[in-house]
Structure formats: C-alpha cells, structure tokens
Ligand binder design. Structure first.
Ligand SMILES: [Zn+2]
Length: 211
C-alpha cells in the first residue's frame, strides 16, 4: 500500500496511473509539470528515458548528467541533461536517495550474455514500445536513468546490483525543464536483485506544481 504522503503531491494532479509489473508507459510532460514515480510495494525500479517533445532527436544523456555535475549519484537538486547539454528533468523530491545513472538498462543482448536466456522481457524493449508514437525504435533508446536502483561499487573496480532501499510508498519527483516525452519501463528483471527478484506495480502521477 502506498503511504498517504505518496498520494498527496504538492500540486494539482493531472494524471495518475499504475503500471503493472513488467509493463511500460509513455508520458507527455509540459514544462513545469512534475512526474512522480511511486514504488507502490517497495524494491521496484522504473527505468526511464526522455525526449524533447518537439524534436525527439534530442534525448536524455546520463553521460552528460554525470559529466556536467561531476557526480554519479543524483538526488534532490540535481538535473538530468540532454545529449545537447540542455536541462530536461530536475529532481525536486526524493525519499530514497539511491538511484543509478550509469546509462545502462536490461536488454535482450545483455540478458543473454548474463543469464543464457533468449527472449526475455527487458527495459530497452519496453521503453521503445512506450516511445513508439514518436517513431522511436530500440536503436534510438539512450542509456536510462534508473530511480531506486542500487548498485554498490568496490575499490577493486567491481560493482554489484543489490536490492533497492525503497520501501512501499517511496517516491521520486522529476520536474520537466522543457516539454518532454518520457518513456518508462517498470523493470521486468527477475534474474538479479534489481527488483528484489519480484517485479511489482509502479504508480505514476503527473502534477502541476503549486506556484
Ligand atoms: Zn530493467
């Protein structure tokens, strides 16, 4: 169950929808609107990419986001930038603090290399399906930002995916800095701890921030 705070964003709700486990959603955001991603049951990662609504060739760049801010961990006060260095989404609220901005996401090829299985449901395919109205294909999907995803890095260069810290009702608020199309995959990965080995629903709320 979502907590009361997760259901009461500070503004007027213009859209609210639950993405079932393993599914996806495309969302248009006007500049100033806020996208709230709510982890309904906890330990669920929503991978996302975004495109300039008026010129989808401009898209999210996790590389630029890390490079410009000299950070690999992004939270409240930080920004997701485009491949052209423009501000796309600002993180304005965050109840978790652990997110992954390496620019990766689960995909057919990597899942086969890692798990030896073909035809797995994956975030790259999900985000392409979500962005299909823009004429976007899998080849156009940039590296994803992965709210709530927990990746622990070790001094010897290794890293490991661990179960998210997010609890039921935790959320992340992203404010649009330009008109955007956001493609969200409710990550279907169940072969590593990314989603606690148990994909669950994700709630998406769009609200107009109070002036
Ligand atoms: Zn995934």
């Amino acid at each position: 169950m979502a907590t009361a705070s997760a259901d009461a964003p500070p503004g007027t709700i213009v859209r609210a929808q639950v993405i079932p486990p393993r599914e996806y959603l495309g969302v248009e955001l006007r500049k100033g609107q806020v996208l709230r991603l709510i982890d309904v049951e906890g330990k669920q990662v929503p991978d996302l990419v975004c495109f300039n609504l008026h010129d989808p060739t401009e898209k999210l760049s996790c590389n630029n986001s890390r490079l410009i801010q000299k950070r690999w961990l992004l939270t409240t006060g930080h920004v997701l930038y485009s491949d052209e260095g423009n501000e796309m989404l600002a993180i304005v609220a965050d109840t978790v603090g652990t997110h992954h901005a390496s620019g990766g996401c689960c995909n057919e090829g990597a899942n086969y290399r890692r798990y030896g299985t073909r035809g797995t449901r994956n975030c790259r395919e999900n985000m392409a399906l979500a962005a299909a109205p823009l004429g976007i294909t899998q080849k156009d999907i940039p590296g994803a930002f992965c709210p709530f995803m927990k990746v622990v890095q070790y001094p010897d260069g290794r890293y490991e995916i661990e179960e998210p810290d997010s609890r039921p009702g935790d959320y992340l608020d992203l404010q649009a800095e330009m008109d955007l199309f956001v493609a969200i995959s409710n990550c279907p990965q169940e072969r590593n701890p990314c989603n606690g080995f148990n994909p669950t629903p994700l709630k998406v709320v769009v609200y107009e921030a109070a002036p």
